[in-house]
Structure formats: structure tokens, C-alpha cells
Design a binder for this molecule. Structure first.
Ligand code: PMT
Length: 414
């Protein structure tokens, strides 16, 4: 996701962390965004207007009636122009006072007036003393704002202005920046998959050995859940077939919980035909125990316990073999060696349209990590390496590619 050319309204309210808004502004402008800053009068007591004016290269809105707001230029309601142009409004820091006023539609300064007229998404980054943050009135205001679709990042726990420690610290500017990127990316995704049905698998299957033991793997489900979320955000009708994970199921998706590869096989195969795209992000066990013990095997029961493994069905392979023209199959390849060679072999073997190759031997990506670094391999031989990014971003990129392939009618039977 690039912020280049994006119009952002950055609201700064009067808290000790107002100085961090300068760093946020720097990150936004460095990414190419055009940022209009609006400050509450209290905010100007913490950081000077000139700092924001110099770094944004644009007038700063503080007073509804001053020259900087365009008085005497012949423009009508110039203080509302940044709000009208904004593709995203961020308030950082957002004090308890500003949150309360925003929640209740009070517009007694230029920033609040702009926020009331903004139609773009709004992201607030609260910052205040812990007691103020925990106060039921603040919590109720934040809940009210969330229920209206306002995005909230932070606050985080840490040392506060009174040298006490607790929740109330402004989220890191980097984190606010990333949240802004995600919101804008999701807006861009909207409707990309409208009217499409997408099946996503996630998590690692468990193959029982006895009532307490199983063969599993290190998949957390993060990658598959991120794909389900991104596809739903893009307007698809999503069914998520998930092996056990600790994750909260994404909203707006039909969630089917399974445990074993055989259960996943049954649920995927019974639905695949009615889907436009099938995305196999789950780590499916290739083998299961031929015989599952009915009772827990005790240490003293046997000198040696031999488990015979038999192959599980290749779910993606079966979906690929039954694929109808126009349908898209995306498989993943989790590799520890010869990444691209092995991934290309899987693309062919499973009759997939796209294989997402990820090197699971590297630190910080792959299993259970928040980030991933993948190369996309297409049926026509194209290879597209993506930089390291969050799994949410990988998912959004993937959704864009799937939408493109569906649009081109690239999915094809054997
Ligand atoms: O869940 P996370 O912690 O976020 O980690 C993400 C991930 C590493 C699990 C994910 O990015 C990933 O790589 N998933 C595929 C893991 C895997 O099983 O890869 P594979 O190379 O063994 O299998 C190739 C493809 O065939 C996969 O799409 C797999 O879902 C599918 N498969 C595998 C075996 C089987 N019996 N049936 C299948 O359909």
C-alpha cells in the first residue's frame, strides 16, 4: 500500500504527547501523503503551529476565523476544505476531551468542526492519564465512536506524564502510521471481490494418536485468517475452514471448525465447486496414524509404541483436478529448501493458478510470525517476489491478485 498522493487530515489535540504528532507527520509526508494539520488551541501550547506548517508545507488550521483559514481569499468555508478532501482523518493525540466532544457531536473549535464534516474514515489515537482513560465516561465514548466505525489505535501501557505507569500512552507513531496504511488499503480493497464466493483454509490440522496426543504443526492460523479478513473486506462472501487456533474468528465470514485433514478434506470438497476462488493457507498434515488408540497409551503399557502413518488426501490437488473454467485455486508452499523449485512443482502438481511460496526456515516470517515474505508463482511462469510485510498486507496483496485473475478469467481447468 502506498500513501503517495493520499490526502490526510491530521488532528492534534492538547496533550503532552502532541510532540509525537510531529514524528507521525514526518512519516506520512515521507510516504508521499499530502497532510493538512488541524490543531486545537490547547495543542498549540505544547507544539508550535510553525513546526507543523514547515513539515507539512501547508497552512495549519487552528482558528475558524483567522487568515490561515483563508479569510479574505474569497473561498467559502475554507476551514472545511481539508475535511472534504481528506481520504483519512487521524487524531493523534486524541485527548479525553476531544473524544468526548467527537462522540457527542460538539464542534466548538476548528478541528472538531472539520471532524464533524469528514466523510472519510477516522482513526483516533487516544492519549491521557490512566485514570482518565479508565473512567467509564471515556470508555463509553470510545465504545460509541467504535460503534460508529471510528478506528482506534492504542493507547498503550507505559510511563505517563505524572511518572506513573499504566494505560494511556499514545501508540507509537510507527504503529499509528501502519494503522493508517491498513485502513486506506482496506478502503481500496472494498468491492474488489463483491459478488464472489471465496473459500479459505487456515491453521494446522491435528492428527490424533490417542485421546490426548496428536501430530500437529506450527501453523498459528494468522496467514489464513488475514486472507479471510481481507477477502471479506473486499466484499467477498467468505467461508473459512479452520483447524484449531487461538485466534478470534474474523467477523463477516462463515467459520467452519475442523480438526483433522480428513475433516478439512470433507468440508472443502463439499463446498469448493460453488466457490470462485479457493485459497489453501492451512498447513495440512500429509499423514495420519493408521490406527488411533481408543484409550490413552500409558508409559508402562508398551516397551515401544510404533505408529504407522498413512497418507492423507491431497485436498488442494483434488480441488485443482476438479476445477471448473474460471475458478481460481491458490495453494501455499511452505518450504525449508529450494523454495522456488519446490513451489513450482506444487503449482503444477495441484493445477493451481497461483502458489504462494514461503520460506518457513527463516526467523520472523512463516509459521506463527506476524510478518511474511513470499514469492508469488503464476501458471504462466511469472514470479513475483514481494518484500517482507505484515501478514495482513500479504493478504491484501493476494486479494488484489485473486481479483485480477478472476477479472481476466484466468482460472482454467486442466
Ligand atoms: O498459520 P501461520 O502461523 O500464519 O503460518 C502460515 C503458513 C506458513 C502455515 C502458511 O503461509 C503456509 O505456508 N501454508 C501452507 C503450509 C503447507 O502445508 O504447505 P505444503 O507445502 O505442505 O502444502 C502445499 C499446499 O497443499 C498448501 O496449500 C496446503 O494447504 C495444501 N495441502 C497440503 C497437504 C494436504 N494433504 N492437502 C493439502 O491441500
Amino acid at each position: 500500500m502506498t500513501l503517495a498522493g493520499k490526502r490526510i487530515l491530521l488532528g492534534v489535540s492538547g496533550g503532552i504527547s502532541a510532540y509525537k504528532a510531529v514524528e507521525l507527520l514526518r512519516l506520512l509526508t515521507k510516504a508521499g501523503a499530502v497532510v493538512d494539520v488541524a490543531m486545537t488551541p490547547n495543542a498549540t501550547r505544547f507544539v508550535g503551529v510553525e513546526t507543523f506548517r514547515a513539515l507539512s508545507g501547508r497552512p495549519v488550521l487552528v482558528d475558524l476565523f483567522d487568515e490561515a483559514s483563508g479569510r479574505g481569499t474569497g473561498r467559502v468555508m475554507p476551514h472545511l476544505e481539508p475535511a472534504e478532501a481528506a481520504q483519512l482523518a487521524i487524531v493523534a493525540p486524541a485527548t479525553a476531551n476531544v473524544l468526548a466532544k467527537l462522540a457527542h457531536g460538539i464542534a466548538d473549535n476548528a478541528l472538531l468542526t472539520a471532524l464533524l464534516s469528514v466523510t472519510a474514515p477516522v482513526l483516533v489515537a487516544p492519549a491521557m492519564d490512566s485514570d482518565m482513560w479508565r473512567h467509564p465516561a471515556t470508555q463509553a465514548n470510545v465504545e460509541l465512536l467504535k460503534s460508529r466505525g471510528v478506528h482506534v489505535v492504542g493507547p498503550v501501557s507505559g510511563e505517563l506524564a505524572r511518572r506513573n505507569v499504566g494505560p494511556g500512552r499514545l501508540a507509537d507513531p510507527e504503529e499509528i502510521f501502519r494503522a493508517a496504511e491498513t485502513i486506506l488499503a482496506q478502503r481500496e480493497l472494498a468491492k474488489l471481490l463483491a459478488g464472489r464466493r471465496v473459500l479459505v483454509t487456515a491453521g494446522g490440522t491435528r492428527e490424533p494418536l490417542d485421546p490426548v496426543r496428536y501430530i500437529g504443526n506450527r501453523s498459528s492460523g494468522k496467514m489464513g485468517y488475514a486472507i479471510a479478513r481481507a477477502a471479506a473486506a473486499a466484499g467477498a462472501d467468505v467461508v473459512l475452514i479452520t483447524a484449531p487456533t487461538w485466534l478470534v474468528p474474523p467477523g463477516g465470514c462463515e467459520v467452519v471448525k475442523v480438526e483433522t485433514a480428513l475433516e478439512m478434506h470433507r468440508e472443502v470438497i463439499s463446498r469448493a465447486a460453488e466457490c470462485d476462488a479457493v485459497v489453501m493457507a492451512a498447513a495440512v498434515s500429509d499423514f495420519r496414524a493408521e490406527q488411533v488408540q481408543g484409550e490413552k497409551v500409558k508409559k508402562g503399557d508398551k516397551d515401544r509404541w510404533t505408529v504407522t502413518l498413512v497418507p492423507n488426501p491431497d485436498i488442494a490437488g483434488e480441488v485443482g483436478a476438479q476445477k471448473r473454467p474460471g475458478q481460481i485455486l491458490v495453494a501455499f508452499a511452505a518450504e525449508t529448501e529450494r523454495l522456488l523449485e519446490n513451489a513450482a512443482a506444487k503449482l503444477k502438481a495441484k493445477n493451481a493458478d497461483l502458489v504462494v511460496a514461503n520460506d518457513v526456515s527463516r526467523e520472523g516470517i512463516g509459521f506463527d510470525a506476524d510478518d511474511n515474505q513470499v514469492t508469488l508463482l503464476y501458471k504462466d511462469g511469472r514470479e513475483e517476489p514481494l518484500p517482507k510485510m505484515s501478514k495482513e498486507q500479504v493478504a491484501q496483496e493476494l486479494v488484489r491478485r485473486i481479483a485480477g485473475l478472476l477479472e481476466e478469467g484466468k482460472g482454467a481447468g486442466r
